[in-house]
Design a protein around this ligand. Structure first.
Ligand code: GLN
Length: 312
């Protein structure tokens, strides 16, 4: 393991520069106006191993918002708060093959509920399950959970991105009102959307994501204390969704070419894990047509291919 980390260290800067060239082929997300300001050519990666070692290369100092990556952790928190039966009464367990914000197929699952917790409709339903007495408290619980996993008490919102999405998120609003109509959302719709937009706007760096990923790679064990902070079963559920739905409607292709559980966000972030071994955080804001970081996916293909990380 240590030897491999050394090998990664020696090749990573070069591989990052090679993958960075692909950013040109992609586009920075602009449907959230504030995200359009992201640096298109940036690419950074941070890898942490279970023994406290780490490697990084490229633009690791760049801050970006978690966006859809946050959905993995709100799912875990909802499972910890209410258990599997409650969560899966609101969302299904199957991939859709559609865009992350699609309105298609919402009617098709019986009983009527979003296909899975990683598409927007499913994630909004899951966010509504996070416990707390007020929406402020529920948002704070989510933020504190993210801080614990990242081992970083200063994690906070990017308020510009939060406001930008809150002002323009009409599609997510319509999904949420649909869920309300179907009885899947019990609470005030705008309050749930506020919690959702906030957790999508938590600002991180690659090392924060790598640390969060490492907890998953360890089956829920906090690498600093050795104590379990997420039940193993819930980590297992999260890893399954990351594998089947984590890269949106490119999850099958990613499973073939990389073969690791991963979750991407429209800010260009990707969190991935090599179970039992590494937590990986990366960012490359230029996205391909399916909404995943072009350079980031390329870099993960290279790493997984050369070091034989595919789980399959
Ligand atoms: N906040 C974003 C949205 O709801 C998250 C989507 C994403 O990263 N794919 O549209």
């Amino acid at each position: 393991n240590t030897d491999e980390l050394g090998e990664i260290k020696s090749v990573l800067p070069e591989w990052v520069e090679a993958s960075r060239q692909l950013a040109e082929q992609g586009k920075v997300a602009a449907y959230i106006p504030e995200l359009a300001k992201s640096p298109k050519d940036a690419l950074g990666i941070y890898i942490m191993d279970t023994a406290g070692g780490s490697v990084s290369a490229g633009d690791c100092g760049l801050s970006f918002t978690m966006q859809s990556i946050s959905k993995v952790f709100t799912l875990i928190l909802a499972l910890m708060d209410h258990g599997e039966a409650a969560v899966f009464s609101k969302v299904g367990m199957e991939p859709t093959g559609d865009n992350f914000n699609s309105m298609l197929k919402l009617e098709l699952v019986e009983p009527s509920r979003p296909f899975n917790p990683l598409i927007n409709a499913g994630a909004i339903a899951v966010t509504s399950l996070v416990g707390g007495d007020s929406s402020e408290e529920r948002s704070l619980r989510i933020l504190q959970f993210f801080r614990q996993l990242a081992d970083n008490d200063s994690l906070d919102y990017d308020l510009d991105v939060y406001r930008s999405e809150s002002e323009t998120g009409h599609l997510n609003r319509s999904l949420a009102y649909y869920l309300k109509d179907k009885g899947i959302l019990q609470d005030d719709v705008e309050a749930v959307l506020d919690i959702y937009f906030r957790h999508c706007a938590v600002k991180v760096t690659c090392s924060d994501l790598a640390r969060m990923a490492l907890v998953l790679a360890l089956g829920g064990i906090d690498p600093s204390t050795g104590k379990s902070i997420i039940p193993r079963r819930y980590v297992q559920i999260a890893k399954v969704f990351m594998t089947t739905c984590g890269m949106y409607n490119a999850s099958g292709e990613f499973a073939i070419n990389v073969g690791l559980p991963a979750k991407s966000g429209v800010s260009g972030g990707i969190l991935s894990i090599v179970p039992g071994r590494y937590g990986i955080g990366l960012v490359g804001p230029a996205l391909n047509k399916k909404g995943n970081s072009v350079a980031g996916v390329n870099l993960l293909e290279k790493l997984s291919g050369e070091f034989g990380w595919s789980l399959f």
